[in-house]
Design a protein around this ligand. Structure first.
Ligand SMILES: *[C@@H]1O[C@H](CO)[C@@H](O)[C@H](O)[C@H]1NC(C)=O
Ligand SMILES: *[C@@H]1O[C@H](CO)[C@@H](O)[C@H](O)[C@H]1NC(C)=O
Ligand SMILES: *[C@@H]1O[C@H](CO)[C@@H](O)[C@H](O)[C@H]1NC(C)=O
Ligand SMILES: *[C@@H]1O[C@H](CO)[C@@H](O)[C@H](O)[C@H]1NC(C)=O
Ligand SMILES: *[C@@H]1O[C@H](CO)[C@@H](O)[C@H](O)[C@H]1NC(C)=O
Length: 505
């Protein structure tokens, strides 16, 4: 509408005012574009949300993006503005088709007012991504914990832009997000000086503000929803960054102290408890980026999963980069024990079978002592475990180690592959899957063989995560058929040998 009105206001005898008009046009186009393509002016991402076997619920989502992400500056906005020079009374706006360059941002299109246009156009927050909302705020940034708000003081005189953001990288999951504090991010005009809180603490380093709630405490989610996203968001600062934690849980910070300290040289600030302070920064990122499950997409980041694993190794002083660096006389196999659910009922027999094949076997359950767990896992060549958060520790394995994921009854394959199978490939870890037969599942002691629980798991839980979890994940223990399982162990040994032999050359 703006464009039409503006176009009408141009008539042939007003051509001498074109310079001014064109500037206004740019401004209006920029503004209307920011409405249409809010907030990044990028192409509307065509998202293919595959809501897996169930509907809402913890951990059952996969999101596939079919567009290059807005996080990659190189391939963003592809809208074209065509100003018809022959008849100055017409301005056409062509919606994104396939235009190669960032035409909208081309200073020359906006006849001589590039900075001003850029300032008006640039949104602080990106809420278009499938997994996470985040804001990159640069300039005079003030964090006021008493009002849970982040302000950018600008001279533009426009303080109407605001966003409400929960800084946890799992926006598709209502249950996780419900525990995360909401922050207000807005611009504030320096013209209204009295409305702007005065800085009580001035920082020179940029800040990153994130939540320690959501599903924290679950080892998988600790890494997937917070630590990998924190790395993705802040590694580039080379430790010259101030972390602000909201929804703080001191035990969580303690548990991952080494990672946090290796990402930031400053003591983390529990921002919710700074009610009388106003912290000021030259820039601030609120919320964290996340690319997928235990995944860093190299196309969207300067870093890779390999880099993250290298970073973990240096943070925990882990010795082995690859299985080629032999840790013990025999290849070492770790059986990840679980005490509560999805237990191995015959861990002893599994261990015996592995020993007979030439492995040194360790049976262990992950503890809160991440340093000890990391060192143990790094000394191993093969990890055997039932699908579950404990498998997240494969992050500490040396390259070319092997994960054997034991998949319980109940259509658990899909999440098993999504959470650990696919990610292990990007970590240079060999992946083997062992799907148990009905006879190996304790569920046959609880339900008759012709029960819907076995015949049609999907029809049984109907997408209800709680129902799925309570039966297939919480009430199922496994007694592996050693004869059936042995070939998988043999294959793991072969994979190891192949890696080691190849490295000789
Ligand atoms: C931009 O994209 C081109 C090719 O698509 C690539 O070669 C170049 O490295 C990219 N630049 C940045 C800064 O990502
Ligand atoms: C800006 O647009 C002009 C004309 O449309 C074009 O010649 C020029 O190469 C563009 N500049 C950039 C940096 O894209
Ligand atoms: C800017 O914000 C202040 C306080 O929130 C408000 O009183 C004022 O009307 C706003 N000004 C504009 C131009 O939106
Ligand atoms: C922070 O910096 C501002 C602007 O330079 C200054 O006015 C203010 O007094 C400083 N606050 C503190 C606590 O140093
Ligand atoms: C992480 O910490 C270790 C020692 O604690 C250090 O050797 C290494 O350089 C650090 N890595 C980074 C990326 O800061």
């Amino acid at each position: 509408m703006y464009i039409t009105i503006l176009a009408r206001s141009f008539s042939k005898h007003e051509q001498k005012r074109l310079g001014y008009g064109a500037f206004l046009a740019c401004l209006f186009i920029a503004l209307s574009f920011s409405t249409v393509f809010k907030p990044y002016l990028g192409p509307l991402p065509i998202l293919n949300l595959r809501l897996s076997i169930m509907g809402a619920g913890h951990g059952m989502y996969a999101v596939k993006e079919t567009m290059p992400s807005h996080e990659q500056e190189n391939t963003t906005a592809k809208s074209e503005i065509v100003v018809d020079n022959a008849k100055h009374d017409e301005i056409q706006v062509t919606k994104p088709a396939k235009v190669e360059t960032k035409t909208w941002n081309n200073a020359t299109s906006c006849i001589g007012f590039p900075e001003l246009v850029a300032e008006v156009v640039k949104p602080l927050c990106d809420t278009t991504g499938p997994r996470t909302n985040f804001c990159d705020v640069k300039g005079d940034v003030r964090v006021q914990p008493s009002s849970s708000s982040v302000m950018l003081v600008t001279s533009a005189g426009d303080n109407r832009s605001s966003w409400k953001i929960r800084p946890y990288a799992r926006k598709e999951d209502k249950e996780a997000m419900s525990s995360v504090k909401e922050w207000l991010v807005r611009t504030a005009s320096s013209l209204e000086n009295n409305a702007i809180p005065r800085c009580t603490r001035n920082h020179t380093a940029p800040a990153v503000l994130f939540s320690a709630k959501g599903y924290s405490g679950n080892h998988f989610h600790d890494f997937n929803d917070i630590l990998i996203p924190l790395y993705l968001t802040s590694r580039k600062f080379d430790r010259n960054v101030q972390f602000l934690v909201t929804d703080n849980q001191p035990w969580w910070i303690t548990k991952f102290r080494k990672i946090i300290d290796n990402l930031s040289r400053y003591e983390i600030i529990d921002i919710d408890h700074e009610k009388t302070e106003v912290h000021c920064f030259p820039s601030l990122t609120l919320g964290l980026r996340r690319h997928g499950e235990l995944t860093i997409d190299p196309a969207r980041s300067a870093y890779t999963m390999k880099d993250f694993r290298t970073f973990l190794r240096s943070s925990y002083s882990l010795k082995r980069r690859s299985v080629v660096q032999v840790a013990s006389a025999k290849p070492r196999l770790l059986i990840v024990a679980r005490q509560q659910t999805r237990r191995f009922k015959n861990a002893d027999s599994i261990a015996r079978a592995a020993r007979q094949l030439g492995f040194e076997v360790i049976v262990a359950e992950p503890s809160m002592d991440v340093q000890a767990v990391a060192a143990l896992v790094n000394s191993c060549d093969v990890v055997v475990g039932v699908h579950g958060a404990g498998l997240t520790n494969i992050l500490f394995l040396p390259d070319e180690a092997v994960l054997v994921q034991v998949v319980p009854v109940g259509n658990v394959e899909w999440i098993s592959r999504q959470y650990f199978g696919e990610p292990s490939k990007a970590m240079d870890i060999g992946y083997l899957e062992y799907k148990v037969s009905l006879k190996e599942s304790s569920l046959i002691e609880q339900y008759p063989l012709d029960h819907i629980v076995f015949k049609d798991p999907m029809a049984f839980h109907k997408g209800n995560w709680g129902k799925f979890k309570s039966v297939y994940l919480d009430k199922q223990d496994l007694k592996l058929d050693i004869k059936r399982f042995r070939p998988t162990l043999v294959r793991a040994l072969e994979l190891l040998r192949e890696h080691r032999d190849r490295s000789v050359w």
